[in-house]
Design a protein around this ligand. Structure first.
Ligand SMILES: Cc1ncc(COP(=O)(O)O)c(C=O)c1O
Length: 405
């Protein structure tokens, strides 16, 4: 029987292959150190959990909630943008709460895409950026992920040679998986370009608060007039260690926000009210919870860069996000990222995300998530060191796995 049209557009998740291997290694008793999935391991701050528990006692909160988000939550998000970015938003018309930023992004794609619309999407990137639009009937044209001058030449060409003219351009800085951060000057050029060509800008700012340098990542909405063409997505998942709560936001251009709000009003009744109330409290907090999360990731990053480097696996220090994006050591690069990732599970008890899962341009890399504690990261480095030196001696055995490709 032929596969359904939509399902045909969703190939099996590449990460699933590593996950399966990880599960069977664990079932056989291996202690796998999991740097694969970007699933934060830190507990949600206690004050947020307490608020949820308090509010859930009130039966009035058990009814359907508000699809676009309760007013206090939207006001809190607008206040965050004012405080953090100096961007003024109308919480009534320019802010909508989403069930995580992933849902918001995917439903924005549903809201704005006609069959065959061309979307400019970085490669490599977080999979929903492409698949949200593929599911909505769009067509993806890959662009560079480098947030510098080299971004614009290929972008010009992509716009000139796309039929129909592209509908939207996706930005994601700090980037998952590459961890690159964009400057405001870069955003200014992107917005000028988008306005010139009448292209919508969709910015995924999920890692707005997970940064390690002195300069916090900007919002593209800081560019004067950006709101004419832009919607930006943020997430509570990483900032407040709330991935399972499913709470995020879309903010920006009124017409686009109205389109997303309309689609969502047909699909959901909003997050559970106690979650929305607890999220409101989190956003209105003094920032100390965020600083603590940031410091933990920073220490883990430093430990990873140092210990992996000593083990012979060079990891460039990411300036932001909870990921390092590391080139596969030269002698294994020809295997490709999926086979290399499988090898690490089998021979080093370490799980990583193969770069190919983020797009064809990612195949020389693996992504390492900072979701294990410092002790476990050091252990992963020791395992990898052992694997690398054993590989030197028994290279023929290791490389033979390539035959399975
Ligand atoms: C770039 C990026 N966007 C969105 C998400 C999803 O966030 P949420 O939990 O808010 O749906 C992630 C999660 O890993 C991400 O890395």
């Amino acid at each position: 029987m032929e596969e359904f049209h939509k399902v045909r557009r969703l190939p099996p998740y590449v990460f699933e292959q590593v996950n399966r291997l990880k599960a069977s290694a664990r079932a056989a008793g291996a202690d796998i150190i999991d740097l694969g999935m970007g699933n934060p391991d830190l507990p949600t701050p206690q004050s947020i959990v307490d608020k949820l528990c308090e509010v859930v006692q009130d039966p009035r909160t058990h009814r359907y909630s508000s699809s676009k988000g309760i007013p206090g939550l939207r006001r809190a998000q607008a206040a965050y943008y004012a405080r953090r970015f100096g961007v003024k938003l109308n919480p009534e018309t320019q802010v909508v709460a989403t069930l995580g930023s992933k849902e918001g992004f995917a439903n924005m794609a549903q809201a704005i895409t006609a069959p065959g619309d061309v979307i400019l999407c970085p490669n490599p990137t977080y999979p929903i950026h492409a698949f949200g639009f593929l599911m909505a009937g769009g067509v993806i044209r890959s662009i560079s992920v480098e947030p510098d001058d080299s971004f614009f030449g290929p972008l010009e060409r992509a716009v000139r040679h796309s039929i129909p003219k592209p509908l939207a351009l996706i930005l994601n800085y700090p980037s998952n998986p590459t961890a690159q951060v964009a400057t405001l000057d870069f955003y200014k050029e992107v917005i000028a370009f988008a306005k010139k060509h009448d292209i919508i800008v969709l910015s995924d700012l999920a890692y707005s608060e997970i940064y390690f340098d002195d300069v916090p990542p900007p919002s593209v909405l800081e560019v004067p007039g950006a709101i004419d063409v832009t919607v930006e997505f943020t997430s509570m998942s990483k900032t407040f260690s709330m991935p399972g709560w499913r709470m995020g936001f879309a903010v920006g251009n009124e017409r686009l926000i109205a389109a997303l709000t309309r689609v969502k009003s047909y699909l959901d009744y909003g997050a559970f009210t106690p979650i929305q109330v607890a999220a409101t409290q989190a956003l209105n907090g003094d920032g100390s919870d965020i600083a603590e999360v940031r410091n933990i990731y920073k220490r883990r990053r430093d430990v990873m860069v140092e210990s992996f480097g000593k083990a012979g696996f060079e990891v460039p220090p990411p300036p932001a996000t909870m990921f390092a994006w590391a080139k596969i050591p030269e002698k294994f690069r020809h295997l490709g990222s999926l086979e290399f990732s499988k090898l690490l599970v089998e021979k080093a008890d370490v799980a990583v995300a193969p770069g190919i899962g983020f797009g064809e341009q990612g195949d020389d890399y693996v992504r390492l998530a900072l979701v294990e504690n410092e002790h476990r990261i050091r252990q992963a480095a020791r395992n990898i060191k052992r694997f690398l030196s054993a590989a030197d001696e028994t290279m023929h055995n290791v490389i033979s796995l390539n035959a399975h490709r």
